[in-house]
Design a protein around this ligand. Structure first.
Ligand code: SF4
Ligand code: SF4
Length: 392
């Protein structure tokens, strides 16, 4: 696609990156077929091709309106379009650049600003989110949490870091504890660093990009002493939404002279939990599971089929799931900010997941887990909890 970027961005790092991405797009529209928001809303401006066109116009200096912002807000950043695109268009990087410009050039209505500011402030702060969740439970809101259970002693020579994250310790501390037990059985001690907080994804994707990068730097600082001393061989992610972000630290902090090298090293050491386990687990007759592969796992990290093989090796039978490439609607804070689309996508996803009447639904991301569990009686678990239960 031919572009003539406006002066305000042409000679910047972002401008050059955006131009290179835009040039790759041939406007073929293959990506529209796999875009969840296009499927629900049916508007070309809510498809990847339409959004790419909008971003191109913005970067060429066209007027930016609230409508432009709305179409970018509605994007789930699921990156299904990247998986589909035959030309290798890095839509995720382009939309980050486009969103930053649109945010700076428009003004949201007051209530919307307050809402987004409250989410950006509250969600990444464990000390605030945990008590708030407790109050919500007292008030009878349907927010369940599972207890953590035992975390084994760090007794092995082989050690890996695991990210506690921001919302997961309050909603499901059981996930990392299960991961620690499964890895302990294969001779790896999993350790959490106190003070390691949010990966930055929440604030970054709420368009508080500078604040999101602050969270990234703070997390690097918390991990760095262990990484520098060579005490851990990998950084393990039990939430694919955090994993996809930490794997991009090298890119997201590339222009920060103090953190670029550290960020690249952290990204290189980061693995999803399914990348550190071997399918040779052995097991039979453990029950039936429908696996919901989060977008951040299958599109963002391009990891497909690994969790399914691990569940099968542990003894679970997988029930078929149609349209497995489509987002469940959770998408970070999207379920709170765009509830109509999010609820429609969730209803479709649950229909597909429950078609084979599984005993459990398994997923790989806390956001998807909470979102799906909010509308089904079928228990939704992180897949590592099912592996742990199968081994116990
Ligand atoms: S992003 Fe890829 S699939 Fe979509 S219109 Fe552009 S070239 Fe075609
Ligand atoms: S990231 Fe997802 S929602 Fe956004 S344009 Fe691509 S396919 Fe559509």
């Amino acid at each position: 696609m031919q572009t003539r970027l406006a002066e305000f961005i042409r000679d910047s790092v972002e401008g050059r990156e955006a131009e290179a991405i835009l040039r790759k797009c041939v406007h073929c529209g293959f990506c529209t077929a796999t875009c969840p928001t296009y499927q629900v809303l049916g508007d070309d401006l809510d498809s990847p091709r339409g959004r790419i066109y909008l971003i191109k116009r913005v970067l060429e200096g066209a007027e930016v309106t609230g409508k432009t912002r709305l179409h970018l807000d509605r994007c789930l950043t699921c990156r299904a379009c990247e998986t589909t695109c035959p030309s290798g268009v890095r839509y995720g990087h382009l939309v980050d650049i486009g969103r930053a410009v649109v945010e700076a050039r428009t003004r949201r209505p007051l209530l919307e600003r307050l809402r987004r500011a409250a989410l950006a402030f509250g969600l990444p702060r464990r000390w605030l989110f945990g008590p708030a969740l407790g109050v919500a439970r007292v008030l009878g809101l349907q927010l369940q949490a599972r207890p953590a259970a035992a975390w084994p002693e760090a007794r092995h020579r082989r050690k890996m870091l695991v990210l506690a994250g921001c919302v997961q310790p309050s909603l499901a501390p059981s996930i990392n504890a299960a991961a620690a037990r499964v890895l302990d059985r294969i001779g790896i001690s999993l350790i959490e660093v106190p003070g390691a907080g949010c990966c930055g994804a929440l604030r970054f994707h709420l368009n508080y990009q500078d604040e999101g990068r602050d969270d990234m730097r703070a997390l690097i600082d918390a991990w760095w002493p262990l990484v520098e001393r060579g005490e851990v061989e990998a950084i393990v992610m039990s939430a694919s939404g955090c994993g996809v972000t930490v794997k991009e630290y090298g890119h997201l902090l590339a222009q920060d002279p103090r953190y670029a090298a550290k960020a690249a090293r952290i990204s290189a050491m980061t693995k999803d939990l399914c990348e550190v386990l071997d399918p040779g687990l052995g097991g039979k007759g453990k029950g039936t599971v429908a696996f919901q592969s989060p977008c951040t796992l299958q599109h963002g990290q391009q990891l497909r089929g690994k969790v399914e093989r691990l569940l099968q090796a542990a003894g679970y039978s997988l029930t078929p799931v149609d349209d497995a490439h489509l987002c469940c609607g959770s998408a970070g804070t999207n379920s709170l900010l765009q509830p109509e689309t999010a609820n429609e996508l969730r209803a479709r996803k649950l229909g597909a997941l429950q078609a084979g009447a599984p005993q459990w639904i398994a997923t790989a991301n806390i956001g998807c887990l909470s979102h799906l569990q909010g509308a089904t009686q079928t228990p939704v678990r992180h897949w590592i909890e099912l592996i742990d239960a199968a081994q116990a």
